[in-house]
Design a protein around this ligand. Structure first.
Ligand code: AMP
Ligand code: FES
Ligand code: ZN
Length: 314
């Protein structure tokens, strides 16, 4: 039988962690993971001044690892789960059922926002419209907008998301490659509130990998929706993530090193020289925007023009 690299106990099954290049038993894996997440939260002072925390949970392994680890690390922390039902056929309803069941079992308040019921259209409608080719980008705009709106309307003063190290580095890679300075400045562990209608965002899992999230949900017996969104297949984002995994095989810890040099070395310089764009309120919905109409309202009006969906009147 093999031994755990940390406690040296013999165990029937061990988790091989690429990030540590070692194998851990179930209890060492859980301890390692929770220590790491706690350290990130403390290092970036994520919960300072936060009275009412929201946790955005999709039902996938990352955000389920987030909600489970918050429960375990801070048993007396009160938080509210936000779940968006995006109306993706054969996917979204399963995600909603799983998140609601988890919240019920753990006595967590859960706000579910059903896009189709509230707005009259869904991500499924975007996918079948002429805009469908850019579906992941569209979905990202809708999620960011709605998570912020739901948090604001429910008096939450920060929202935690399950963005992990792989997500962050994939984005960094893309942003450095295209020189997207405005996006690079916003790619960081804590996004403070820069407008009364923008709720602070925190990323407690920004230093853990997708693999660590997967092993953590498995070892804590936390349920998750074990399939990718059906609309994401073949996306460039997935291709880039695979490429990064291959680089990591050749250069151990590459993802963390790139993240660390971005946050410690580049960000302070970028923040000094990059003036944040002025934020005003969208003339249609009143939410914060850099232009007269926000990206969300622009998308929705494009959908109106390109698809026969019937919209809610409110
Ligand atoms: P993604 O954009 O799918 O990589 O998701 C990043 C993070 O956004 C997740 O870890 C969640 O915290 C949050 N998120 C994504 N989808 C949803 C959803 N349907 N409901 C609530 N939060 C979500
Ligand atoms: Fe957004 Fe699949 S969850 S496109
Ligand atoms: Zn708007």
């Amino acid at each position: 039988m093999a031994r755990c690299s940390k406690c040296k106990t013999e165990a029937e099954s061990l988790y091989w962690l690429d990030s540590m290049r070692s194998s851990l038993c179930q209890s060492c894996l859980i301890e390692h993971y929770e220590k790491k997440v706690k350290r990130t939260i403390i290092k970036y002072r994520m919960l300072s001044d936060v009275k009412n925390l929201g946790v955005a949970v999709s039902g996938g392994k990352d955000s389920m690892a987030l909600v489970r680890s918050l429960l375990n690390i801070f048993p007396s922390l009160n938080f509210t789960v936000i779940h968006l039902n995006l109306g993706i056929p054969e996917y979204s309803d399963a995600c909603q059922a799983l998140v609601q069941k988890f919240c019920q079992e753990n006595s967590i308040e859960c706000i579910t926002y059903d896009l189709k019921k509230v707005e009259g259209y869904s991500i499924g409608d975007f996918a079948t419209s002429k805009l469908g080719r850019r579906i992941c980008g569209i979905c990202g705009v809708v999620k960011r907008y709605l998570i912020n709106k739901v948090a604001l309307e429910n008096g939450l003063d920060a929202v935690a998301t399950g963005h992990n190290l792989d997500d962050t580095v994939e984005l960094l890679f893309n942003q450095y490659m295209s020189g997207a300075l405005g996006d690079l400045v916003r790619n960081k562990p804590v996004l403070p509130s820069t407008h009364p209608k923008i709720v602070k965002k925190i990323k407690p899992l920004v230093e853990v990998t997708e693999q660590e999230n997967l092993y953590y949900v498995l070892s804590t017996h936390t349920g998750y929706v074990d399939r990718e969104c059906p609309l994401v297949k073949g996306s460039r984002m997935l291709k880039r993530k695979k490429l990064l995994l291959r680089i990591e095989e050749e250069i151990p810890n590459f993802k963390y090193l790139l993240f660390k040099s971005h946050v410690k070395r580049f960000l302070p310089i970028l923040e000094k020289h990059f003036e944040a764009p002025a934020i005003r309120e969208c003339e249609r919905c009143g939410m914060p925007s850099m232009n007269s109409v926000c990206s969300y309202c622009k998308l929705v009006s494009k959908l109106r023009l390109s698809s026969p969906v019937s919209f809610s009147s409110h």
